[in-house]
Write a protein that binds this ligand. Structure first.
Ligand SMILES: *Cc1c(COP(=O)(O)O)cnc(C)c1O
Length: 423
């Protein structure tokens, strides 16, 4: 595989951009590789600047349920661009996407658009604190909620991949109201609520974590969090930035029937553009400026290009049977993949179209379990797959994804290739 142009591009990028990347995991450090620079993408395929093509299982971190560069989304975007790209004044597209989001996601009666998942979470937490008049926020080890100061405690995703789970530059005081607890450990959460319940503004979690690799919530875990939040007057906040519009049209909350007070979404909802949103109960959302005292704003928020991409995307995802087809394709793929790698010390966690391969002899149900998995072998596997033209998410602290554009031939080739790893 030719890599000269990507390697040269990387050397140049490093001279201007810290680490050569605008988001740390892209540097491929935790898997011992250097970045490929992408020229273009279409469907499930990426083409790099050396002319190599890859079947993409990262999909811009789960953004592209429909595959890259979908013609319908593309057309909507081009139409929007031809009318100007931002007004800083309301446009009809904002209400239209808001109407779609509120109609699909059960917990979102009102929604406000922002530009990134980080902003969505930051704003949801500020609102939860404003609403409850309390400060403490409970999160869970290995969940990632963007790079908000007070959420960078025992965080997953890129922070974990670099061998850390917090960040320099965050004053101790900023995290003094953050309590991070083990995921799936109901008893510990109960104990903390008993001790501090009246000071807890919110419990926030990825209801199906994807940022420590995919972890499934144990039976009853989400339900118990809902009960505890109600009992103590705290808010339950679901960070569905990855899972929103990934597992079903209504997210994990619809799938599991647990409705949070506030929800953050991102990734898919922007149709490939920088858009995200937070929303929830109308009475809570009414506390936001300009109606209420909780301030939040954004120059490019709700900009017509991103809104148009989101509308076109959701209109395709909401077609009857879409998720049934996607999930069946994914279930079938994972089932065959599991069979073909059995006996190799690989655990595959999966739900719907998201999955992670862990190199471990044990079940993986928590951040502690993930940290014990073999990161070095994961790196070897990543490089092995990359050399054979498959781009999986480059860390075991991440999920990989499939889209509706992945056809059987590509999926079978993935399985065959993976099954020959270290034979
Ligand atoms: C990606 C992600 C975020 C952060 O979103 P950005 O758009 O990268 O700021 C927050 N929460 C979860 C669960 C995510 O997967």
């Amino acid at each position: 595989m030719r890599r000269e142009k990507s390697e040269q591009a990387y050397r140049e990028a490093v001279g201007f951009i810290p680490g050569g990347v605008n988001s740390p995991v892209r540097a491929l450090k935790s898997v011992g590789a250097s970045p490929v620079f992408i020229e273009k993408a279409k469907g499930c395929k990426l083409t790099d600047i050396d002319g190599n093509t890859f079947t993409d299982f990262c999909l811009s971190w789960g953004v592209f349920t429909l595959g890259h560069n979908h013609p319908v989304v593309n057309k909507a975007v081009r139409r929007a661009v031809s009318k100007g790209t931002s007004y800083g004044i309301p446009s009809l597209q904002e209400t239209e996407l808001a109407r779609l989001v509120c109609s699909y996601i059960p917990g979102m009666e009102r929604v406000r658009f922002v530009n990134s998942g980080t902003e969505a979470v930051m704003s949801a937490i500020r609102l939860a604190r404003g609403y409850t008049g309390r400060n403490i926020v409970i999160k869970f080890d290995g969940c990632y909620h963007g790079h908000v100061d007070h959420m960078l405690v025992s965080a997953g995703s890129g922070v974990a991949g670099l061998g850390n789970s917090s960040s320099a530059g965050v004053p101790d005081n900023f995290v003094s109201y953050t309590i991070s607890l083990p995921f799936n450990d109901t008893e510990t959460v109960e104990r903390v609520f008993e001790a501090k319940g009246k000071d807890i503004a919110a419990v926030i979690l990825e209801p199906v974590p994807a940022n420590m690799g995919v972890i499934l919530p144990k039976e009853g875990f989400l339900y118990r969090l809902r009960e505890l939040a109600d009992q103590y007057g705290s808010l339950l906040v679901f960070d569905e930035v990855i899972t929103g519009f990934r597992l079903s049209i209504g997210g994990v909350q619809q799938l599991f029937g647990i409705i949070p007070d506030l929800t953050a979404i991102g990734k898919i909802v922007g149709g490939g553009f920088p858009a995200a949103a937070f929303g929830g109960r109308a009475d809570i959302m009414s506390l936001l400026a300009p109606d209420g005292p909780v301030y939040q704003a954004g120059t490019l928020s709700g900009n017509p290009v991103a809104m148009s991409a989101g509308i076109a995307t959701l209109s395709l995802l909401s077609i009857e049977g879409f998720y049934r087809r996607l999930n069946r394709k994914a279930d079938d793929f994972i089932q065959k993949l599991k069979e073909s790698v059995s006996g190799k010390g690989i655990v595959i966690n999966h739900i719907g179209s998201m999955f992670t391969l862990f190199f471990s002899e044990h079940e993986i149900n928590s951040f502690e379990d993930v940290k014990k998995a073999d990161q070095k072998r994961f790196g070897e596997f990543f490089r092995y797959m990359l050399a054979r033209n498959f781009y999986i998410s480059p860390s075991m602290f991440e999920a990989s994804f499939i889209s509706i554009a992945h056809d059987r031939k590509e999926l079978d080739r993935f399985i065959e290739t993976a099954s020959k790893f270290q034979d």
